[in-house]
Design a protein around this ligand. Structure first.
Ligand code: G3P
Length: 219
């Protein structure tokens, strides 16, 4: 299972990279705005900075919603670095664009996916990744993890190569459940990744080991 971090914050991306378990980064226009990154040149430079930090794929989202401009933006983004994955919204023009990018060997991430039918379309168009937003489904009392399970079944039935990128992950149990269901990738905040480290028996056990060692050494 690949771990992506879902942020445009360079400090957090570096911290996750330093941990040694990071496989990539996902961003979106809201996350870029949260970091105060605005204007074409600043946005482009920020993507380059992220690519300099991480080894894996970096999703960079198009703003356009019409076919011609999605293609134009996507080609500019893809040319920045081979790590760039062009993130395209799940709309009719987006599906056409994913098909085009796929035929040109440009990696894509189909975003804002909330149903199995949408995920099936993304796979048929040749998306590299599909991003079902599980947290936002949970927010409206709908089963986000159930969607991961449905997409896994559908993709396995037909051998689709599109990777299931569980997005809008909010906490460590989302990560564990996605791993059980066979999601290829999860993207979430640094806090959810670090929360996987925690167990009170680890803390108390370590304390005991260190105390016993110190006692035996006569300290
Ligand atoms: O990866 C999708 C993500 O950015 C959305 O997360 O927490 O805003 O629903 P959230």
């Amino acid at each position: 299972m690949k771990f992506f971090i879902d942020t445009a914050n360079l400090v957090q991306i570096r911290e996750a990279q330093d941990l040694g378990v990071l496989d990539g980064v996902t961003t979106n226009p809201s996350l870029m705005a949260k970091e105060g990154i605005t204007g074409h040149d600043n946005i482009i430079n920020h993507y380059k900075a992220i690519c300099d930090i991480v080894e894996g794929d970096v999703s960079a989202e198009v703003i356009a919603i019409d076919y011609a401009t999605i293609i134009k933006e996507g080609e500019i983004l893809a040319a920045l670095n081979p790590k760039i994955v062009v993130k395209v919204p799940m709309i009719k023009e987006g599906i056409r664009a994913i098909k085009y990018f796929s035929s040109k060997g440009i990696k894509t991430n189909c975003t804002l996916v909330f149903s199995a039918g949408q995920a099936l379309l993304a796979a048929k168009a040749g998306a590299t990744y599909v991003s079902p937003f599980i947290g936002r489904l949970d927010d409206i009392s709908t089963d986000g993890l159930g969607l991961i399970s449905d997409i896994r079944l559908i993709y396995d039935n037909y051998g689709f190569q599109t990777q299931i990128l569980a997005a809008s992950v909010r906490h460590p149990m989302h990560i564990i459940d996605c791993a059980k269901l066979g999601a290829d990738v999860m993207t979430g905040p640094l806090s959810a990744i670090l929360a996987l480290l925690k167990h009170p028996l680890t803390d108390s056990g370590l304390q005991q080991f260190l105390a016993d060692h110190a006692k035996a050494a006569g300290q």
